[in-house]
Design a protein around this ligand. Structure first.
Ligand SMILES: Nc1nc2c(ncn2[C@@H]2O[C@H](COP(=O)(O)OP(=O)(O)O)[C@@H](O)[C@H]2O)c(=O)[nH]1
Ligand SMILES: [Mg+2]
Length: 281
């Protein structure tokens, strides 16, 4: 949804933007680079229609939880899984959400981890679960899935932690992914740091496609030099979003995606008709 325009003259590049995306296009970034006698102007912009589509992807931060005893005959907890590369922030984000009573409207939250290959990972989440008195189940193989969910039955929501894909161990990847699909999560959030370069984003999207992500969860906005990194990530991965993480502090550093992304886009600019015209004039 983001388009890059290049040229040697800002006015001409802005004309290109206007021709391609219309007068109401939002300029997200413009950059003038002088290389010796050559000037390279680069403008990153999105059309009004694309911005409207993006706004629709900004889901409410607390998911709608079907009543367990309601008319839909829903049984068992609402399951939210987190997938993505190692170090992306999956476990930290899951704990932030588990500790925040507003994240799920005060519903009872339990944890289930499929990240059982590494002792350190299990320790990390066990410590948080102990601190917060949360029920944690670790699942090692297919036969344990049903039992673990039964033991978590007192919970309204179960958050599922996963390992990143191991580049060497295809069997391990196949195992945890099949366990994840067995759990049939209601939502699967693809967790990606905004500091990941765009090639890395494309690779990750492909690698985790088998997990059937339903949402994008951008992390580490505090580590990016500017908000453009967040805008570029949400421009490239076209999934709905509920949350964005903004730092290492547990449980504080997490925000509703709607507020954080709109802020990054500079809504004020997009709400001003003729944003491009005004800049190029
Ligand atoms: N700066 C920053 N660090 C974060 C954020 N979220 C997680 N981290 C850090 O990233 C590292 C890896 O996080 P972890 O949750 O273990 O990643 P996982 O491998 O995906 O489970 C830890 O040091 C976290 O404190 C964030 O929003 N900002
Ligand atoms: Mg982890």
């Amino acid at each position: 949804m983001l388009e890059t325009f290049q040229g040697s003259d800002l006015r001409r590049v802005m004309d290109d933007v206007r021709r391609a995306l219309g007068d109401d296009a939002l300029v997200i970034r413009s950059h003038v680079d002088r290389r010796g006698s050559r000037t390279v102007v680069e403008v990153l912009a999105a059309s009004d229609a694309d911005l409207a589509t993006l706004k629709q992807r900004l889901a409410p931060p607390a998911p709608f939880l079907p009543s367990r005893h309601g008319g839909r005959g829903q049984s068992g907890p609402f399951i939210v899984a987190f997938v993505g590369p190692g170090g992306a922030g999956k476990s930290t984000t899951l704990v932030k959400l588990a500790l925040n009573p507003r994240a799920f409207d005060g519903a009872r939250v339990g944890l289930l981890t499929l990240d059982t290959f590494r002792v350190g990972a299990l320790d990390q989440i066990q410590q948080y679960a102990d601190l917060a008195s949360l029920h944690l189940e670790a699942v090692y193989d297919e036969r344990e899935v049903v039992g673990a969910l039964q033991r978590l039955d007192e919970c309204d929501v179960v958050l599922v932690d996963t390992p990143g894909r191991s580049p060497r161990d295809a069997n391990a990847n196949a195992l945890w992914q099949s366990l994840l699909l067995r759990l049939a999560p209601d939502e699967t959030h693809l967790v990606l740091p905004v500091t990941l370069r765009m090639e890395g984003v494309a690779v990750a999207v492909k690698q985790y496609a088998g997990c059937k992500p339903t949402h994008l969860l951008p992390t580490k906005t505090d580590e990016a030099a500017s908000d453009i990194a967040l805008v570029e990530l949400v421009g490239h991965v076209e999934l709905p979003m509920r949350w964005v993480t903004t730092g290492q502090a547990v449980p504080d550093d997490i925000r509703p995606a709607r507020a954080r992304v709109l802020n990054a886009l500079g809504v004020a600019a997009s709400d001003t008709p003729g944003a491009v015209a005004a800049i190029a004039a």
